[in-house]
Design a protein around this ligand. Structure first.
Ligand SMILES: Nc1nc2c(ncn2[C@@H]2O[C@H](COP(=O)(O)OP(=O)(O)O)[C@@H](O)[C@H]2O)c(=O)[nH]1
Ligand SMILES: [Mg+2]
Ligand SMILES: [Zn+2]
Length: 288
């Protein structure tokens, strides 16, 4: 029995990878009913080529179904115009799942200065921000390889920012046993089924389809507060422990004071109010 990670599934076949190789195996009948996700760790009977057991997940996403994600690249670009409400939602989601976010500004070959300064002002205290152009293999690989090495990362963000282009740009770094896998997908630019690509650096990367319509389903107002992590150094000074930083007075709320002093941008705070209030609405609907 070996422990391996599922990197691709087509029909009833699963491609599983351990440190040394990739095997194509089947799921045990019982397991096919529990859904196996790309990224799942499993126990495999090498002789029978069958997955015997699903191991516990560290986290998972349902759409697309991906498990044990360690890092999420949130891709932005000067075109299409960044949807920062989507970025805020993704940050809440990823922090809640203990997935490390990194903001990647792509298409810096286009006029990107305005986007770079806006994104840096609003997110510089929250996560790493890196700049690339997927048209340029050298800077993309030099910038991303150290970030991606030896972890499972996903490419996320609105449509047309360049997620698939970034993955294709990095594909020359797939030369090992998994090169076989990249040939299977080559030429196809669709992102409908998930697959983890393994680079020579040990980086594991999955593309995801546009998160354009992504909503924070199941998140309570408290979840929103908890996952706005850049507010935390201020909210420690709020008068009340359960401060929601909206209805409290300026004197009682250190987050509001940080907004007025510019330590938190007004735009990020306004989006916080939008997400908090929408979580509150959903909660009211659910519990009357
Ligand atoms: N100028 C420029 N265009 C890019 C860059 N990366 C991607 N594109 C283009 O942006 C469009 C959308 O790219 P795609 O990878 O399909 O985006 P996705 O929807 O996020 O997967 C395509 O026409 C790409 O050629 C880049 O770095 N610079
Ligand atoms: Mg794509
Ligand atoms: Zn407060």
């Amino acid at each position: 029995m070996i422990k391996a990670q599922i990197i691709k599934g087509v029909g009833g076949d699963f491609w599983v990878r351990d440190d040394t190789r990739v095997l194509v195996v089947k799921g045990r009948k019982k397991l096919k009913e529990d859904k196996l996700y790309i990224g799942d760790y499993v126990e495999v009977d090498e002789e029978a080529k069958v997955i015997e057991k699903l191991l516990p997940r560290k986290n998972f996403l349902v759409r697309p179904p991906l498990a044990n994600v360690e890092q999420a690249l949130i891709i932005l670009a000067p075109i299409p115009k960044p949807d920062l409400l989507l970025v805020d939602k993704l940050l809440v989601k990823f922090f809640s799942l203990k997935i490390e976010p990194v903001i990647v500004i792509n298409k810096i070959d286009l006029c990107a200065n305005a986007v770079i300064s806006e994104v840096t002002a609003q997110y510089g205290s929250i996560c790493k921000i890196v700049l690339i152009s997927a048209l340029d293999y050298n800077t993309t690989s030099v910038t991303l390889n150290p970030l991606l090495a030896n972890k499972f990362s996903i490419l996320t963000g609105q449509s047309a920012v360049g997620k698939t282009s970034i993955l294709n740009c990095l594909k020359p770094d797939i030369t090992s046993v998994t090169g076989e896998l990249s040939r299977i997908g080559r030429g196809r630019n669709t992102t409908r089924h998930s697959e983890i690509f393994v680079l020579d650096s040990g980086a594991m990367i999955a593309d995801t389809p546009g998160f354009n319509a992504f909503e924070l389903d199941g998140f309570t107002p408290e979840d929103i507060v908890d996952n706005y992590i850049d507010f935390h150094i201020f909210s420690r000074e709020c008068k009340f422990n359960n401060c929601n930083h909206i209805s409290e007075s300026f004197e009682d709320c250190a987050v509001k004071r940080a907004v007025s002093s510019g330590e938190i941008t007004q735009a990020r705070y306004d989006r916080y109010k939008t997400l908090f209030n929408s979580a509150l609405e959903k909660e009211k609907k659910q519990y009357g």
